[in-house]
Design a protein around this ligand. Structure first.
Ligand SMILES: *[C@@H]1O[C@H](CO)[C@@H](O)[C@H](O)[C@H]1NC(C)=O
Ligand SMILES: *[C@@H]1O[C@H](CO)[C@@H](O)[C@H](O)[C@H]1NC(C)=O
Ligand SMILES: *[C@@H]1O[C@H](CO)[C@@H](O)[C@H](O)[C@H]1NC(C)=O
Ligand SMILES: *[C@@H]1O[C@H](CO)[C@@H](O)[C@H](O)[C@H]1NC(C)=O
Length: 155
């Protein structure tokens, strides 16, 4: 067994690759749900050798899939009963998860690390608060400025 540096090491190696990866942008509304996509492009992925780590804002543990099995042992309480997996899809290399009952603090950056095949996916989640209908007076029709030109490469 050569498990010297474990997760931190894998993480560090993958961070170097991240600048080449495309960031997927998703949007959700408070109380709603969103699918956070993460698929492997590896064709002969061996599930028994594969761990998947979903993390939010760099460190919070959203979900772990260990050797192809869901593992909630180290899940952060924030995501308890809110993160849904699709185990039938694992065989196809699809480790997407669904986050339900979205809250304001669910916005931010999600990463999906697929060990063994050393892949990393990044999802940027934006929580659209205009549907929460709190104190937002409808100003959305006045300023149709969209931040379209944003390139998806982030550090
Ligand atoms: C992955 O699985 C989810 C849940 O079933 C599905 O919505 C999504 O389309 C799948 N993605 C791919 C690339 O097959
Ligand atoms: C989560 O959503 C379900 C239905 O979508 C709802 O019944 C439940 O009350 C929500 N839970 C929380 C903590 O908001
Ligand atoms: C994650 O980061 C986003 C953007 O910086 C922030 O709005 C959100 O509150 C953070 N959430 C958590 C749980 O750290
Ligand atoms: C946020 O939601 C409102 C109301 O559903 C919608 O009109 C608006 O286009 C959404 N914002 C974005 C950035 O998609």
């Amino acid at each position: 067994m050569v498990i010297g540096c474990g997760f931190i090491c894998v993480f560090a190696v993958l961070i170097n690759k991240v600048s080449l990866q495309e960031t997927v942008h998703k949007e959700g509304v408070i109380g709603g749900s969103v699918l956070l996509p993460c698929s492997s492009t590896e064709h002969d992925l061996k599930l028994q050798d594969t761990d998947v780590h979903w993390r939010h804002n760099g460190s919070e543990n959203v979900y772990d899939i260990v050797k192809g099995e869901d593992s909630l042992e180290r899940q952060d309480l924030r995501y308890k009963n809110r993160a849904e997996t699709f185990p039938d899809e694992y065989e196809r290399g699809n480790f997407s998860i669904k986050l339900n009952n979205l809250t304001h603090t669910d916005g931010g950056k999600y990463i999906c690390i697929i060990t063994h095949s050393s892949e990393l996916r990044t999802v940027q989640l934006i929580i659209n608060e205009s549907t929460a209908g709190k104190e937002s007076k409808s100003t959305e029709h006045e300023n149709p400025e969209d931040e379209t030109g944003s390139d998806s490469v982030e550090t």
